[in-house]
Design a protein around this ligand. Structure first.
Ligand code: BES
Ligand code: MN
Ligand code: ZN
Length: 511
């Protein structure tokens, strides 16, 4: 699907197969819409009324096209209230339009996004975000479907977005398109079945970032053993698939610029191990590598647009299986940091993988900031549901910045507390720390406390629990996929606005 921006007015435009006309609430037409309506002697106004269309956000009306317009199909797309219009809404509208029209496979779709006159949102930003939404909304994962119905195969050939500032829109969208690629890559990785995407296969996919100028390094089990990564290795030891650890270093900034490390949980399949999970819904655990998928998608986006900053991605890749060689509840392992861990539940495996991945990231790259993402606890779904990821941090400023990046990107987070009382819950009688809190209380917090034990003194750190947002979250116009790719846009926004030189996303800089 090609996306272009054009400044032409409707009258001067060429005949289009399909056109979409955004309409404000109460059927308030844009000047472009009014011109079209006039040209058709009020046919658009009459048709909207007859269809019961009111311009409500997300609603559509198919208009029987009056002769002489040169359009094959015209749909009115409700924008809702003008005062509530944001770039988030523009994205959703873009996604909703392509999703509605794709089944009929229009070769060319013209979106009449001119003269929105919202004041708040620049014409360039509105058009670019609409285009981003169209990209995100047209994502599909059907590599394994051999028989698609004609409608399922449908796609929009080309989109031309009419805008008052096509050059500005094009400039903004150039970056967004790379971000959308990163999101699609993350979604692909989450959606892939676990027999295909096991740790070694995942590492190979990450290795492909080298083509984009990323310094990628993969450690195998023997190399990890030498580094004493016994917490991570212990999780993988019940599987016939070997574990892997991959680092991806994007050096787009200067030598003296800060380095930010992003660490992802990559449990390619989580059966729970000997503390095995119930059968119902276990298939979802193919998505237990959502954190690692996000890291790969993020680094892809940064490298593809040659972002001027230094970011290191580290992912721990394992498969958590029961078996004759599997780790037992009661085992004690010595982690890379030197701390010993008593394993009381083999299903609390993500934190074990992260313990070593966090230690490795800090020791190898000495980052200024450390952020991890993990589908870590079912408890975060109990606390926050599927609309927001859990945020934990030892640094108020970092937490506030991530929160803001969430509001701005639409991938929202909510901060939960850390503290001594919670930390005590993971003290072990026989080792330095145990991998579960004991009771059912504060499950997401005790998991975060566990991770914090592996964060060095003075290190600014944040943890995102994405168990509720990485997969199986409610579908939306911009997320039609099981795997959402959550975190790519959030962290991209955070990195770009806080660390990138000369960055001016949406033409505004926030600080
Ligand atoms: N991968 C799961 C967490 C999870 C649950 C992710 C549901 C996505 C959806 C994690 O490894 C796990 O099993 N956590 C346990 C921890 C418990 C044993 C302390 C959990 O949440 O039940
Ligand atoms: Mn588990
Ligand atoms: Zn898990």
């Amino acid at each position: 699907m090609r996306i272009a921006f054009d400044a032409k007015t409707w009258e001067s435009g060429k005949a289009a197969e399909t056109a979409a006309l955004p309409v404000w609430e109460k059927n308030q037409l844009t000047p472009t819409g009014r011109a079209l309506d006039k040209k058709t002697k009020g046919a658009i106004t009459r048709a909207m009324k007859a269809a019961g269309f009111t311009g409500a956000r997300g609603s559509f009306a198919d208009i029987l096209v009056p002769e002489g317009l040169g359009i094959g199909r015209l749909i009115c797309a409700g924008l809702g209230k003008k005062k509530d219009f944001t770039s988030r809404r523009a994205e959703k509208m873009g996604g909703a339009i392509v999703r509605r029209l794709a089944p009929s496979s229009p070769k060319k779709l013209v979106i009449l996004l001119k003269e929105l006159e919202t004041g708040k949102e620049s014409a360039a930003s509105a058009a670019a975000h609409l285009a981003l939404g169209a990209r995100l909304g047209s994502y599909r994962f059907d590599a394994y479907r051999t028989k698609l119905k004609p409608k399922e195969k449908g796609k929009v050939g080309e989109i031309v977005i009419m805008s008052d500032d096509p050059a500005g829109a094009k400039r903004l969208f150039a970056d967004m398109e790379r971000i959308a690629e990163g999101v699609a890559l993350a979604r692909d990785l989450v959606n892939e079945p676990p027999n295909i995407l096991y740790p070694e296969a995942f590492a190979k996919r990450a290795q492909e970032l080298a083509k984009k100028g990323v310094a990628v390094k993969t450690l195998n089990e023997a190399q990890m053993k030498k580094l004493n990564m016994n917490a991570l290795l212990g999780v993988g030891q019940g599987s016939v698939r070997e574990s892997r650890l991959v680092s991806m270093h994007w050096k787009g900034g200067g030598e003296k610029d800060p380095a930010i490390a992003i660490v992802g949980k990559g449990v390619c399949f989580d059966t729970g191990g000997i503390s095995i999970k119930p059968a119902g819904g276990m298939g979802d655990m193919k998505g237990d590598m959502g954190g690692a998928a996000c890291v790969v998608g993020l680094i892809h986006a940064l490298a593809a647009r040659k972002a001027r900053l230094n970011v290191i991605g580290v992912i721990g890749l394992v498969e958590n299986m029961p078996g004759g060689n599997a780790q037992r509840p009661g085992d004690i392992v010595r982690s890379m940091s030197g701390k010993t861990i008593e394993i009381l539940n083999t299903d609390a495996e993500g934190r074990l993988v992260l313990a070593d991945a966090l230690a490795y990231a800090q020791k190898t790259f000495k980052p200024d900031i450390l952020i991890d993402l993990a589908t870590l606890t079912g408890a975060i779904l109990v606390a926050l549901g599927q609309d927001r990821a859990g945020l934990f941090s030892n640094d108020d400023k970092l937490a506030a910045q991530l929160h803001q990046a969430g509001e701005e990107s639409g991938e929202k987070v909510w901060r939960l507390p850390l503290g001594r009382a919670y930390d005590k819950m993971i003290d072990s009688k026989v080792a330095d720390v145990k991998n579960i809190g004991g009771g059912r209380y504060a499950g997401s917090i005790t998991a975060a406390q566990f991770l914090q034990r592996f964060v060095g003194k003075g290190m600014r750190w944040a943890h995102l629990d994405i168990a509720g947002t990485a997969f199986a979250s409610p579908q939306s116009p911009i997320n039609p996929s099981w795997g959402s790719g959550f975190g790519v846009r959030l962290l991209h926004r955070f990195l770009q606005t806080r660390f990138e030189k000369n960055a001016a996303p949406d033409g505004k800089r926030t600080s």
